[in-house]
Ligand binder design. Structure first.
Ligand code: COA
Length: 261
């Protein structure tokens, strides 16, 4: 996989690291980055050696400082709508990735960068990271799902404070309100993301996949329908070799050996 704006590293532990790599523009998301993210996610999703993703940005200053403002400044209404719809689709695909996706927020995560982090399943921030949605300062609003994912994550009141003020939220405050899951020193960021993923990847792969599917689909359903869907997935898992292995291993007091089937 060769990209001009992304670095993609496939590690031998089943984790792939996607790094947005435009350091001179604080890793801002232009149309090329969005297109390459789309291609990278597609390819990694089809690669059965890849079980989890880490998304981060090059350097220590920025995760992603937003959509590319130079590009936005020239966009017509029709182009801007198409840009937003495309970005939304790409971020949706990241959210629906079959294994866990962690955002390693290594600096500014603003606008589209904050929305990219929101589309990941878990966010770990370095202590100097700052998150926010400054689009209102540009005469815009979030266009990559931020007005929808942020209130679902931190609640409507806190989300509206962030969205309407456009002010940045420091890492410790982001942790306090649940915008990020953990805060660590900058040198510990990738290690923390890898170590959390390794704990997750020790579990049954289909259990991870169906948990992600149940949470994602359920948030768009009525509670009764979501629980019905959960029960169906629960039932389907009872047909798998890993469920037989997991339950037998517990009863036989030995570690389970999962195969993802
Ligand atoms: N789009 C395009 N270029 C961006 C960018 C963005 N979202 N964010 C930063 N850049 C560029 C700057 O224009 C500058 O480029 P230049 O060196 O060619 O002039 C370079 O990245 C470095 O940014 P700079 O603003 O000089 O760094 P700083 O340390 O002074 O400030 C920020 C850092 C993050 C506070 C500031 O860059 C910023 O506010 N960025 C925009 C954030 C935003 O509004 N995002 C939402 C977009 S929808």
């Amino acid at each position: 996989m060769a990209f001009t704006t992304l670095l993609v590293e496939k590690r031998d532990d089943g984790i792939a690291v996607i790094t947005v790599n435009r350091p001179d523009k604080l890793n801002a998301l232009n149309a090329v980055v969005i297109g390459e993210l789309d291609a990278a996610i597609t390819e990694l999703d089809l690669d059965q050696d890849v079980r989890a993703l880490i998304v981060t940005g090059t350097g220590e200053k920025a995760f992603v400082a937003g959509a590319d403002i130079a590009e936005l400044s020239k966009a017509t209404p029709i182009e801007a709508r198409a840009l937003a719809l495309r970005g939304q689709r790409v971020f949706d695909r990241l959210e629906r990735f079959r294994g866990p996706v962690i955002a390693a927020v290594n600096g500014f995560a603003l606008g589209g960068g904050c929305e990219l982090a929101l589309a990941c399943h878990v966010r770990i921030a370095s202590e100097h990271a700052r998150l926010g949605t400054p689009e209102v300062k540009l005469g815009l609003i979030c266009g990559y799902g931020g007005t929808q994912r942020l209130p679902r994550l931190v609640g409507r009141g806190r989300a509206l404070e962030i969205l309407l003020s456009g002010e940045m939220v420091a890492a410790d405050e982001a942790f306090r309100i649940g915008l990020v899951n953990r805060v660590v020193g900058k040198d510990a960021l990738m290690g923390e993301a890898v170590s959390l993923l390794k704990k997750m990847l020790a579990n049954a792969p289909l259990s991870l996949q169906y948990t992600i599917e149940s949470v994602n689909a359920g948030l768009d359903m009525k509670l009764a329908d979501a629980q019905d869907h959960e029960a169906t997935l629960f039932g389907v898992l009872c047909s798998t070799a890993d469920k037989a292995e997991g339950t037998s291993a517990f009863l036989e007091k030995r570690p389970a050996k999962f195969q993802g089937k």
